[in-house]
Design a protein. Structure first.
Lengths: 95, 164, 557
């Protein structure tokens, strides 16, 4: 299963394309691409979004569904989707 | 494509002549280094202004001896990231005391005009909808300079000394 | 500390406005990402895995309390409440927004801080010794020359599009705390026979894919020629440096390809032409900058080490901290205090906004308002009265910033790795944490003593793994993270690159391997040898065996 991931231009955040060619913050709100035709259509939309200065660097990633939740197969893309494994802003201990 | 020289939009009187092309009967021409080397006599006999276009891997030391005969040295920026020509411009001005036109050609970004001016480049082939407007903004990006070049601008150090 | 005059301020303000225009042109599509990228990099802005990352310069690691308070404010206002100190004495913010950066830079400019050239193919932050101006073994304060070089390299019109990045480091002491031997240009001070300060100029050092220890290009350079000589080195590099392959574009490649003799020849030829020109540094300029780094007004105080010893005898915890983190000051009655940002559960080098403010307040209260960043991603308070040490320590304890591990196993240099960085192959932070969780016993840490562990998440070596006593490099093998260890690296005045220990290990085995290496060291060490000394004496074989077993053995760690 594949999805299209990109970075939003103005804030750099990771986004996923949805069926309407809009860009979602969460992997769950993006669209899983089922056919080559859909891949082609939405990669076309993504390319246009680059030209329109909405996003940069769109590309395809492999995802799987585990326990009802989507997860990118590659570690790097999983980190992009869910955030870094080490979060200073969430350190236990001192506020 | 517009040619800016000394801050003004001008018509380019120079024509680029390819390595194998026949030289026009008259008129100013710019040729590559290879063409200069093979057709030097012919070029000089024409009694018209001649310029050489240097690629980014051709430092001015290659033409140091013949600079007096050249009206223009065009320095190529094949990609704006290729910064060799900034050194070439400074060598032309500061090592060889070259007084002719030093022209930036190729991938010339507005953002780089300020640095190019400082290194001694005085002519620019640029793509722009408003060449003079863009040039004026870019060239005026900074009014303080730390490093001395041959552009005659007084550095912060000089101004500090003067103040004290 | 250097203070901007109207020229410095004008330049920085103009730079911010230039970048504001560039951001606008990007957001409206006037310039493409390809055209914008080098421009934003020259203002320190990266596109990373999660967001834009902004790298802010801390010139030669010197920071005022006011600037640290501003860092905290930036973290709260524009980021997620924390920052990361790097191996080049810079701070990084991981979550900035492109549209916010002009305002962010404007705020930094208000306290004389910039992100100019913290990235890009230009001369980066000039780094130095975190004890500069305070260390007893110093010849001259290196920051004077760092500041001279900083102004010379900022917005240099000729050298803003070099083949690749360019890093310069300066040490003022024979003991090199600035890792100059692994920089593109390294400057080492010494005194000549007449007692005058001269620079030894090193060139072509670097880590990354092809690490090199720098060569000496000039044994003895007068300070007045510093800028012209650097200009000659940069010009030869700009013209001859390779531009065909990004992995072969650093000066270390061309220096080693050509040979140092040939490179020196080219540099000296150019330098002869320019050395007596407008780049010659007048003594009055050196004096002018020197005045900014003049020693503060110290009180006349007795050395009270003996009194402190008495306290240390009854307070084991204080004693441990004094031993590891506190260093002698050149002025009697004062000390240098190191604060490590390394402890179990901490991300190495990270600090949150509240702690930034707290450290700034402590700097004001205990250390004349100045903080230093070291290339080991730690902080230093350089002017603490001995009589205030115990009180400061108690305050640091409350902040959980009193970990007594400077230079020890858990004082790990660690790059952000795959958790943050788009270049990484593996996550480095969990490895550092594993090691930290494994070596919690502070007495054992003290027993082991000086042992630097440096971790990089990829071959770019931002974690300086080549010069760690133990280096750890994260690699990706068929989609899995493995970690290659090296032993025997050092970044000091006897710099060396680490030797590969053996095949990569899975993450879970790394702390076990470190444990085996440490055990081997403790077994074999003689007298008060540091790990590095023992390694250099006995070689790699005993450690190979300890980690991987003998060839006959089927059990691999």
């Amino acid at each position: 299963m594949q999805m299209i991931i990109a970075s939003r231009l103005d804030d750099g955040r990771v986004v996923f394309i949805d069926a309407a060619a809009a860009w979602a913050d969460s992997i769950e709100d993006g669209v899983v691409l089922e056919s080559q035709a859909e891949i082609d259509r939405l990669m076309g939309e993504a390319t246009q979004a680059v030209e329109d200065c909405v996003i940069v660097e769109p590309y395809l990633i492999e995802v799987v569904v585990e326990n009802g939740a989507r997860r990118p197969v590659e570690a790097r893309e999983a980190i992009r989707a869910f955030g870094p494994s080490a979060r200073t802003d969430q350190l236990i201990g001192r506020e | 494509m517009a040619l800016i020289k000394d801050g003004k939009l001008v018509d380019d009187v120079f024509v680029y002549v390819g390595d194998d092309a026949t030289l026009p009967a008259d008129g100013a021409v710019i040729v590559n280094l290879e063409r200069w080397q093979s057709s030097r006599e012919e070029l000089l006999q024409r009694n018209e202004p001649v310029g050489i276009r240097l690629r980014s891997d051709q430092p001015p030391d290659l033409i140091g001896a013949c600079l007096k005969k050249l009206a223009v040295v065009a320095l190529e920026f094949p990609a704006f990231r290729d910064g060799r020509a900034y050194s070439y411009a400074r060598l032309l001005r500061e090592k060889y005391d070259y007084r002719g036109e030093v022209r930036a050609v190729g991938d010339v970004l507005l953002e780089q005009l300020h640095f190019m001016v400082r290194t001694g480049i005085d002519a620019f082939e640029i793509h722009s909808e408003d060449p003079i407007g863009d040039f004026e903004i870019a060239a005026a990006d900074f009014s303080v300079w730390y490093q001395p070049t041959a552009d005659g601008r007084r550095t912060a150090l000089e101004l500090r000394r003067q103040r004290s | 500390m250097y203070r901007y005059d109207e020229f410095d301020q004008t330049l920085v303000a103009e730079r911010v406005e230039q970048f504001r225009r560039q951001v606008q042109r990007r957001l409206t599509g006037e310039i493409s990402e390809d055209q914008f990228k080098p421009l934003r990099l020259m203002n320190g802005l990266y596109m990373q895995l999660h967001a834009y990352m902004l790298r802010v310069n801390v010139p030669y690691g010197s920071l005022s309390s006011e600037q640290m308070h501003k860092f905290a404010h930036i973290a709260r206002t524009y980021d997620k409440g924390f920052g990361h100190f790097t191996t080049r004495q810079n701070i990084q913010y991981n979550w900035v927004k492109l549209e916010d950066t002009p305002d962010l830079l404007r705020e930094l400019a208000d306290v004389e801080v910039t992100a100019i050239q913290s990235s890009g193919n230009c001369v980066r932050n000039i780094t130095s010794d975190q004890y500069a101006g305070r260390a007893g073994d110093e010849i001259e304060d290196p920051r004077i020359y760092c500041e001279l070089l900083r102004q010379y390299t900022v917005l240099h019109p000729e050298f803003s599009y070099l083949p690749r990045k360019f890093k310069i480091a300066v040490t003022g002491a024979p003991k090199d705390r600035a890792a100059v031997a692994v920089h593109d240009i390294g400057l080492r001070m010494h005194l000549n026979d007449a007692g005058q300060m001269r620079f030894e100029v090193l060139v072509g050092g670097g880590q990354g894919r092809t690490p090199f220890i720098a060569h000496t290009i000039r044994e003895s350079l007068e300070p007045e020629h510093l800028l012209s000589y650097v200009e000659a080195i940069l010009r030869v590099y700009n013209i001859h440096g390779r531009r065909d392959n990004i992995n072969k574009a650093r000066i270390k490649i061309i220096v080693n390809q050509m040979g140092i003799e040939k490179y020196r020849e080219l540099v000296d030829e150019e330098w002869e032409r320019i050395k007596d020109g407008s780049l010659k540094v007048p003594q009055e300029e050196i004096d002018r900058i020197n005045a900014y780094f003049a020693s503060p007004e110290y009180e006349v105080l007795e050395d009270i080490s003996e009194e402190l010893d008495a306290v240390r005898k009854i307070d084991e915890e204080f004693d441990r901290w004094m031993k590891s983190n506190v260093v002698a000051h050149k002025v009697s009655g004062y000390s240098i205090v190191n604060i490590t940002l390394k402890a179990p559960g901490r991300v190495p080098g990270d600090i949150n906004a509240d702690d930034m403010d707290a450290v700034a307040d402590l700097a004001d209260q205990y250390s004349l308002g100045e903080i230093r960043i070291s290339h080991r991603q730690n902080l230093t308070l350089v002017d603490v009265k001995q009589q205030a040490l115990h009180s400061l320590w108690q305050e640091l304890k409350l902040l959980e910033l009193a970990t007594p591990n400077l230079g020890q196993i858990t004082d790990i240099i660690c790059c952000p790795g795959l958790d943050y960085c788009g270049l990484a192959n593996a996550r480095s932070i969990p490895v550092a944490d594993d090691i930290n969780q494994h070596f919690v016993d502070v007495d054992r840490l003290a027993l082991v003593g000086d042992l630097t562990i440096n971790i990089s998440g990829c071959m770019n070596a931002c974690g300086h793994h080549h010069v760690g006593n133990i280096g750890i490099l994260g690699v990706d093998k068929r989609g899995k993270e493995f970690f290659q260890l090296t032993l025997g690296g050092s970044s000091d005045e006897h710099a060396s690159l680490g030797d590969r220990l053996g095949p990569g290990l899975p993450q879970a085995d790394v702390p076990i391997a470190i444990e085996a290496i440490v055990d081997q060291y403790l077994q074999d060490r003689q007298k008060d040898e540091r790990f590095l000394d023992t390694y250099r004496r006995i070689g790699i074989e005993p450690f190979k065996k300890a980690v991987y077993g003998t060839p006959e053995s089927k059990d691999v760690a």
